[in-house]
Structures are given as structure tokens and as C-alpha cells.
Design a protein around this ligand. Structure first.
Ligand code: MG
Ligand code: MG
Length: 263
């Protein structure tokens, strides 16, 4: 099913949801330091979201699940890729990298964004991973233009990441964002080699007004991941370091997209 473009009025609300999401992420980013718990970071995000008249998008997600997500942000350390559960006994250490992923709902519309940040001084390899993953996000964003395909985003992200000697996670993708956190289209970060540039196989042509999250997930080692027994935390199967950057964007009539989750 093709994604339905948002109206200008909806885009104003999406931008506000995105701005609040960005403020919450920024509050966590500023609090990151050795010795702080992931639960304490989560609290900063919750406070900011509530202060702005919004609600956390991840809390109790998905509805009806026997294991709904119990916090505001997902916070994932080192070989944890995404969906880490904040805990009072999970303490950041000097040299860690930590992925902060957060969403806010404002007047019925969702923002979704993630960053990976250093904890104190980190290794050159970890620093390079953060830089490559963030560059992958921006190259994907640059492809999110009217007339392009979601596979154009996927190919650009994959080419950059693999060109740097890293791998792209297959099991998780970007996604449409709007009144719910996961809508059409799926926005993968890889594309099977040999497939022609064509519609089909999840590739969707981008039209102005559609809104979605682009979110490269990059592993230093192999691309496979594994789900922990807590039903949420996703780790790299080989234990290698990984990183994740995400913005929610709106496709514009011409030129690059609007970054809805910018500060
Ligand atoms: Mg996210
Ligand atoms: Mg997302």
C-alpha cells in the first residue's frame, strides 16, 4: 500500500512532535557521562516530553503486547544495537558508545529519532563507526527526494557503509511515521545485489508530503543480530560494536527533505 501524503496542517504537528523528540534526545545526550545509569537518562527524556505537552511514543509499545516496552527511550550500549531497556543498575562506563532512541507523540502525531554518542574518551575505531553511521544517515536523507525510490536510499546507505568495511543490519528498517510509529513504507538500509532499479519488492516511489524515518544500523562485524531474553534488547550476534542514527523526515516537492526531528 502506498503511503498517504500528510496535509500541510499535519506536517506542522509532525514537526512539533519531531522537535520535542529532538529536545528529549538532546537532554539525554547532554547528561551522558561515565557513572550515570540508563534509567537516569530515560528520566530526562520523559521530563522533556511531558513538559512540552507530549507523551512518550515508546512507552507501553506495542499496544496489546504481553511485553510492552517499559520506558520512554531505548538505550543501547556497545554491542547492543537497538531497543535496550533503561535500568537503574545499568551504568555507563568511560569508553562506551551509547545509542539513544526516542519518540514523542504530540496531538496524535509521532516523531522518532536516534543518535549514538561517546561516553568520555572512546577508541578511534568506535569514533570512526559513529562518524560512518551518521554519514550513512545523511546520505540516505539526501536521497529522500520526490521521484526517488526507497531502494535509492537503501543502496546509498549500504554502499557507503560497506565501502567503509562495516556491515548493514538487515532485520530492522526505517519506516513510515505519522499517526502511528510504524506505517508504510518500509525503508531498508540495504538492497539485494543484482535487483534492477524498479518498483516492487518493498520499493516505494517517494511523493511530496510523505513522512518516514531513515535509520541506518551499522555493525563493525557481521550484519546478523540476536534478541535477548528480555524480549527487547537487540545485540550483534558476533558481539561487535554497532551504531544507530535516525531522523524522521518529510519529502518536499523539490530538493532535500524537511528534517522533522531537527532541534
Ligand atoms: Mg527510533
Ligand atoms: Mg524508527
Amino acid at each position: 500500500m502506498a503511503p498517504i501524503p500528510k496535509t500541510p496542517e499535519e506536517l506542522i504537528l509532525m514537526r512539533e512532535a519531531g522537535r520535542i523528540t529532538a529536545l528529549a534526545l538532546d537532554a539525554m545526550r547532554q547528561a551522558v557521562r561515565p557513572g550515570i545509569s540508563t534509567a537516569a537518562l530515560d528520566k530526562f527524556a520523559a521530563e522533556v516530553i511531558h513538559q512540552h505537552g507530549a507523551t512518550p511514543a515508546f512507552l507501553n509499545y506495542p499496544p496489546g503486547s504481553p511485553h510492552p516496552f517499559p520506558a520512554t527511550a531505548t538505550i543501547s550500549i556497545n554491542d547492543e544495537l537497538v531497543h535496550g531497556i533503561p535500568r537503574a543498575d545499568r551504568i555507563l562506563q568511560e569508553g562506551d558508545i551509547v545509542s539513544l532512541d526516542c519518540g514523542a507523540v504530540y496531538q496524535g502525531y509521532v516523531g522518532d529519532s536516534a543518535i549514538t554518542v561517546p561516553v568520555g574518551a572512546i577508541s578511534p575505531e568506535a569514533q570512526r563507526l559513529l562518524e560512518v553511521t551518521e554519514r550513512a544517515l545523511w546520505i540516505g536523507i539526501d536521497k529522500a527526494r520526490a521521484g526517488h525510490l526507497t531502494s535509492d536510499i537503501a543502496r546509498a546507505v549500504q554502499a557507503l557503509v560497506e565501502g567503509e568495511g562495516y556491515s548493514v543490519v538487515r532485520e530492522y528498517t526505517g519506516h513510515g511515521v505519522g499517526r502511528s510509529m510504524h506505517e508504510e513504507p518500509q525503508v531498508p538500509n540495504w538492497w539485494p545485489s543484482g535487483r534492477p532499479r524498479m518498483r516492487g519488492w518493498n520499493s516505494v516511489r517517494l511523493v511530496p508530503g510523505i513522512t518516514f524515518a531513515i535509520e541506518p544500523m551499522v555493525n563493525v562485524g557481521r550484519p546478523e543480530t540476536r534478541l535477548l531474553d528480555d524480549h527487547w534488547t537487540v545485540v550483534t550476534r558476533d558481539g561487535s560494536l554497532c551504531a544507530h542514527f535516525e531522523h524522521t523526515i518529510a519529502v518536499t516537492p523539490e530538493g532535500p527533505p524537511l528534517i522533522l526531528t531537527a532541534l
